[in-house]
Write a protein that binds this ligand. Structure first.
Ligand code: NAD
Ligand code: ZN
Length: 353
């Protein structure tokens, strides 16, 4: 679990007082990894509390994080901070939060980020790291994974050292997100709940978080009674609870297949999940029907035919990635999932997308 979290509109202003006691020495900087969508946005950047040799690195989130990108950032930080690094502070969406977590881990662990993709492979605690989400839905702010695309696989660094030491939840930071992106990332949260609540790994712990998040999502995406601020506040909480729910259970079919799309076509997580989930009524009838209602309400047009021109070898790559995520299938279908989830079935589903 994340040991420290503060919540509230404007709580970003407390960053300085939160991190100051964690400074190792005046030559050990805090490194702020910031989504480059905020470059030139003084409302946010003027409040980043820079002191001594602290640095801001702006990063594009047009592509999902790669293991090689983590290695490059770590090398750069080590070369320019010769007396250590006081902490890594990620300010952005899931892309930047995952990068921040991975960089914090790789600053204290030998080798390359790709060596740690998997479960519980990290040996040494990460350096102090803080997560500040600016868009809500992924649950990356609370999870014990950092999802990375490596040379061979798209898989997280799942470990007890991955979660942030501190999270600042300031819903006001999400105010600039456009409707489509708000929907895609918000639906990531909704899909986390559906997959967790309908999975065989469910237990009372994950259920209570999942139920709460599911209700919040219905309120946010289907009712007209919330103000913009209330909707931002609630989606930030839904994201957190959805993340907690899957932390103690697992995701399912949409995530497994969306990882395939992402690996081959570079489709981003939020929109990729939406594209897949739209075709999963066989697995999640109630969830998919609610999803279609929400999609209609916000007039979201998802891309179509994205797999139409793929060759068999490309389908094989996507199917291998999807089927490789065995815990997701076991959660979704049960222990005997291999009897019903065939390569042919996945290919037919991909062909519909
Ligand atoms: P993102 O971080 O990729 O950002 C999406 C877009 O929104 C970007 O263009 C970004 O610049 C923009 N944006 C972010 N905040 C903004 C703001 N306040 N105003 C205007 N624009 C803003 O999107 P995401 O959906 O949050 O994250 C997706 C990533 O999260 C994927 O890489 C996925 O693998 C990862 N993920 C991780 C976990 C986890 O548990 N670690 C879970 C789910 C997803
Ligand atoms: Zn997700």
């Amino acid at each position: 679990m994340v040991p420290r979290v503060i919540f509230g509109r404007g709580s970003f202003n407390q960053l300085s007082e939160i991190i100051s006691p964690k400074r190792l020495n005046v030559h050990a900087p805090f490194v702020f990894l910031v989504d480059d969508v905020f470059k030139g946005n003084a409302w946010l950047t003027s409040r980043i509390p820079l002191a001594y040799e602290d640095k801001v690195i702006y990063i594009s989130s047009n592509e999902e994080p790669k293991t090689s990108q983590v290695d490059d950032l770590v090398e750069d930080i080590i070369l320019t901070s010769r007396q250590g690094t006081s902490g890594i502070i990620g300010i952005g969406g899931g892309t930047i939060l995952d990068l921040a977590k991975a960089v914090a881990i790789m600053l204290t662990n030998e080798g390359e980020a790709k060596d740690y993709q998997g479960w519980d492979l990290v040996k040494n605690p990460a350096i102090y790291h803080v997560g500040i989400p600016t868009i809500s839905g992924t649950g990356a702010e609370v999870s014990r994974t950092t999802v990375l695309t490596g040379p061979e696989k798209k898989l997280g660094i799942n470990s007890d050292f991955t979660p942030f030491d501190q999270v600042i939840l300031d819903p006001e930071l999400t105010k600039g997100v456009d409707t489509n992106q708000w929907f895609y990332t918000g639906m990531d949260c909704f899909i986390h709940c559906v997959e967790s609540l309908n999975g065989s790994y469910l237990n009372e712990f994950s259920k209570s978080y999942g139920d709460m998040s599911f209700q919040l999502c219905k309120e946010i995406f289907l009712q007209d009674t919330l103000s913009e601020a209330e909707s931002q506040d609630k989606l930030m909480m839904a994201s957190w609870h959805g993340g907690m729910s899957i932390a103690y259970s697992q995701v399912g079919v949409a995530h497994a297949m969306s990882y395939g799309l992402s690996y081959l076509l570079g489709t981003k997580h939020g929109i990729g999940n939406c594209i897949v989930f739209d075709h999963l009524s066989e697995f999640y009838p109630e969830g998919v029907s609610l999803f279609k209602e929400m999609k209609k309400k916000y007039q979201i047009e998802l891309p179509k035919g994205i797999c139409a021109k793929l060759h068999d070898s490309e389908f094989d790559i996507m199917i291998n990635i999807a089927l490789g995520l065995e815990p997701l299938w076991e959660n979704a279908i049960g222990k005997n999932w291999k009897k019903t989830i065939t390569r042919e079935k996945l290919k037919n589903l991909y062909l519909k997308m």
